[in-house]
Write a protein that binds this ligand. Structure first.
Ligand code: PRX
Length: 635
C-alpha cells in the first residue's frame, strides 16, 4: 500500500520494467544530446523516410524562427501510412474504434490508408491544394483522423476545432485561418445526447464568407439543412469517381513536402481575446513526436495503446493521430463520455480490448474516483503496463488512486508536461525513471528547462519561478499563423533568448520539476485551456453586458472552474434569471466547457489606474485571501 509518507517519497521502477524498456539509459542519452544536440536529433530523424535528405539539422541564423532538417523533403503521412502499407504492417490494426452505443469499427493500416487516399482525392477534386487551410469540426469518430491525414497527404494545412466549441469560437477560427473547406458531421454523440455540429457550422458560416464547401459525415442521422452547391455528404463523395484515380484505383500520390512546410495549425488560448493559431511542420514535428512517444510510453510492436484525449486538442494530434501511426502502433479510440452508460465504461474498454498503455488526464481520474473503487474492481485490468497523465498537475489523491486502483501498484505513471506550442513531451518520466507523485520529473533528452526569476536568472533549488526552455527542439511551434510578431512577443520577449512557457514551477534538489500552474490569463478547466479574454468577450457580446472579468477558482474535479463578474450597460436593470441567461450565452458562443460556474453582477471591477482589470484581486476576494499589493488599484 502507498502511505502518505510513500507519496512524498520516491517510487522506483520494478527491475522488470527497466529491463524490458526501450530506453533504460536515460542519463546517457541526455548526456549525448547535451554534447551534440544536432547529431542526437539527426539520429532519430534517420528512422523515417525522406524523399530528399536534409542539408542542415538546425538553422539558428534567425532566432526565434528556428528551422529543422533544412532542405529535407518528406511527408508525415508517408511515414504514418504509406511505408507501413508497403511492409508486413499492411494488415496490422492501426485503429480500433468503439462508439458510445457500443458499435465497433476497425481499420488495418491498409484500410486506413485506402480511406485516406480516397478522401484526399475528393479534397483535391474540390480544388484543395498544397498550403490551403481546411477546418475540421467533428465528433470523435474515425473520419476525424482520416480527414486530418487526407489534408496532410496532399499538403493542405488542417485546423481542427474541438467539437465541444461552439458558434463564435468556430467562426473566429474559420475566419482567421481563411479556410475554404469545412469538414464536419451532422452531429456527435456525447452522454447519449446529440451535439448538433452541422447546425453550429451553419450559424458560424452566416458570420463569415470564405467557405466554399462543407463536407458532412453522417453520424447521428438527425435532419440537417444541406445548402445546395455548398454542402456535400462525405459518403456520396466517396462513392463518386473523383475519389479514385483515372484508372479507378483507390490510391493517391502523397505530396512531397519540405521539412518546414506547415502540417497543421491548432488554435489555443492566450492573453488576448483572439485565439492564436500555433503552426507545426511536417519534418521536425514528426521526429519529435515519434521519438518521445516511443521512449516515454515504451511502445512495442504488439502493444495496444489508448489515449483518451480528443483529437481536437494537441494531445490528440500528437499522441492519438500522428505519433502512434508513425510508430506503426495499434491505437484504440472511444467516441463518448467515460461514464456512459455507467462509470465503468473506460475500465470495461481496457478489459475488452486488452489495453496495455493508457494515457489520460487528472481531471478524468478525479471525476471517476468519486464513483468509488467498485467500478474498476469489477474489471480485469491486468493488461495494463504503463499509465500516463497530462494537462495539469496531478494531485496526490488522484495519483494514488490511479497508481493503486487502476495500475495495481504495478504500472508506472508517466506524468508528461508539455503544451500545444511544444508539440511533444518536454518534461517527463520514462519507464526507468524513479517517480515522485506530482512531479513531471526531468526534461526529455535534448531539452533544457530552467526555473528563473523576473530577470531571467536561475533561482535556487526549491524556489518557485518562471519555467523557461533554453534550447530549440524539433517539434517546437514555428510561429503563430499570420502573426509572427505575436509569436516573438508572446514567447521570446519576456526573457531574451529563452522560450517562456507561461507556467510557474520549481525544481527540487534532485533536478525534478514540479509544475505549479499558469501565470498568465489562461485557465485550465478540466485540463482544457481557455483564455479569460475569450470568455469575457463572449460575455460582452450579450446586449446587456458592458464589461466582464473572468477568473479561475480551484475546483475539486475540474482543477479550476470559471467565475465571472459583469457590469451591466447603463439603463439595464438586473432581472431574475439574467446570470443564467449569460451563462447560456457563453455556452452558445464558446461551448459548454467555457460556461462559467457562477456569474455575479457588480457595479465596479478592481482596476489599475491604466484601466486593466486586476483579476488577482478578484481571485483573492473570492477566496477570502489577502489581496496582496494594492498600490496600483484604483476602484
Ligand atoms: O500549464 C501547463 C499544463 O497545460 C498547459 C498546456 O496546455 P495545452 O497547450 O492545452 O496542452 C495540454 C496538453 C499537452 C501547460 O502550460 N500542463 C500540461 N501538462 C501538464 C501540465 N501541468 C502540469 N503537469 C503536466 N503534466
Amino acid at each position: 500500500m502507498v502511505t502518505d509518507q510513500g507519496l512524498r517519497g520516491i517510487f522506483p521502477p520494478s527491475p522488470e520494467t527497466v529491463e524490458s524498456a526501450i530506453v533504460n539509459n536515460r542519463d546517457v542519452l541526455a548526456r549525448m544530446a547535451d554534447q551534440d544536440l544536432q547529431r542526437f536529433w539527426e539520429d532519430q530523424a534517420k528512422e523515417f523516410v525522406w524523399f530528399e535528405p536534409w542539408t542542415k539539422v538546425l538553422d539558428e541564423s534567425n532566432p526565434p524562427f528556428y528551422k529543422w532538417f533544412v532542405g529535407g523533403v518528406t511527408n508525415i503521412v508517408y511515414n504514418c501510412l504509406d511505408r507501413h502499407v508497403q511492409s508486413w504492417r499492411r494488415n496490422k490494426l492501426a485503429l480500433i474504434w468503439e462508439s458510445e452505443s457500443g458499435e465497433q469499427r476497425t481499420f488495418s493500416y491498409h484500410a486506413l490508408s485506402r480511406e485516406v487516399c480516397m478522401f484526399a482525392n475528393v479534397l483535391r477534386s474540390m480544388g484543395v491544394r498544397k498550403g490551403d487551410r481546411v477546418t475540421i469540426y467533428m465528433g470523435r469518430i474515425p473520419e476525424l483522423p482520416i480527414a486530418m491525414l487526407a489534408c496532410a497527404k496532399i499538403g493542405a494545412v488542417h485546423s481542427v476545432v474541438y467539437g465541444g466549441f461552439s458558434v463564435e469560437a468556430l467562426h473566429g477560427r474559420i475566419e482567421d485561418s481563411r479556410s475554404n473547406v469545412v469538414i464536419t458531421c451532422d452531429g456527435s454523440f456525447m452522454n447519449g445526447k446529440i451535439v448538433e455540429l452541422k447546425a453550429i457550422v451553419d450559424e458560424a458560416l452566416k458570420r463569415c464568407a470564405t467557405v466554399e464547401h462543407v463536407i458532412v459525415v453522417k453520424r447521428t442521422g438527425q435532419p440537417v439543412v444541406m445548402e445546395n452547391g455548398r454542402d456535400y455528404w462525405y459518403t456520396e463523395l466517396m462513392n463518386l469517381p473523383i475519389a479514385r484515380t483515372a484508372s479507378g484505383a483507390s490510391r493517391c500520390e502523397t505530396e512531397e513536402m519540405d521539412a518546414e512546410d506547415p502540417l497543421f495549425m491548432l488554435y489555443t488560448s492566450g492573453t488576448t481575446g483572439k485565439p492564436k493559431a500555433i503552426l507545426h511542420t511536417h519534418g521536425g514535428y514528426m521526429v519529435g513526436v515519434a521519438t518521445t512517444l516511443k521512449w516515454v510510453f515504451d511502445i512495442k510492436e504488439e502493444d495496444r495503446y489508448w489515449c483518451t484525449a480528443d483529437p481536437g486538442w494537441i494531445t490528440g494530434h500528437s499522441y492519438i493521430v500522428y505519433g502512434p501511426l508513425l510508430l506503426g502502433t495499434t491505437s484504440f479510440m472511444y467516441e463518448g463520455a467515460p461514464t456512459y452508460p455507467y462509470p465503468n465504461r473506460w475500465w470495461s474498454l481496457i478489459e475488452k480490448y486488452g489495453i496495455n498503455i493508457f494515457y489520460t488526464a487528472p481531471t478524468a481520474i478525479r471525476g471517476l474516483m468519486r464513483f468509488g473503487e467498485a467500478w474498476p474492481n469489477r474489471h480485469d485490468l491486468s493488461s495494463l503496463r504503463l499509465l500516463g497523465s497530462v494537462g495539469e498537475p496531478i494531485n496526490p489523491e488522484a495519483w494514488r488512486w490511479y497508481y493503486e486502483v487502476i495500475g495495481k501498484s504495478r504500472c508506472p505513471i508517466m506524468d508528461t508536461w508539455w503544451q500545444t506550442e511544444t508539440g511533444m513531451f518536454m518534461i517527463t518520466p520514462m519507464p526507468e525513471t524513479p517517480l515522485k507523485p506530482g512531479s513531471a520529473s526531468k526534461p526529455f533528452p535534448g531539452i533544457e528547462a530552467q526555473v528563473v526569476d523576473e530577470n531571467g536568472k536561475a533561482v535556487a533549488a526549491g524556489e518557485e519561478g518562471y519555467l523557461v526552455l533554453k534550447r530549440p527542439w524539433p517539434a517546437m511551434l514555428r510561429t503563430i499563423y499570420n502573426d509572427p510578431d505575436r509569436y516573438v512577443n508572446q514567447y521570446w520577449a519576456r526573457f531574451p533568448g529563452m522560450y517562456f512557457t507561461g507556467d510557474s514551477a520549481r525544481r527540487d534538489e534532485d533536478g525534478y520539476f514540479w509544475i505549479i500552474g499558469r501565470v498568465d490569463d489562461v485557465i485550465k478547466v478540466s485540463g482544457y485551456r481557455l483564455g479569460t479574454a475569450e470568455i469575457e468577450s463572449a460575455l460582452v457580446s450579450h446586449p446587456t453586458v458592458a464589461e466582464a472579468a473572468a477568473i479561475g477558482l480551484p475546483h475539486d474535479i475540474k482543477g479550476n472552474a470559471i467565475y465571472a463578474y459583469v457590469i451591466l450597460r447603463s439603463g439595464v436593470e438586473p432581472y431574475e434569471g439574467l446570470p443564467d441567461e449569460l451563462r447560456a450565452h457563453v455556452g452558445h458562443e464558446m461551448g459548454p466547457i467555457a460556461r462559467p460556474e457562477k456569474i455575479t453582477i457588480v457595479n465596479q471591477l478592481p482596476k489599475t489606474r491604466s484601466g486593466k482589470i486586476m483579476r488577482r484581486v478578484l481571485k483573492a476576494r473570492a477566496q477570502d485571501l489577502p489581496e496582496g499589493d494594492l498600490t496600483t488599484l484604483e476602484e
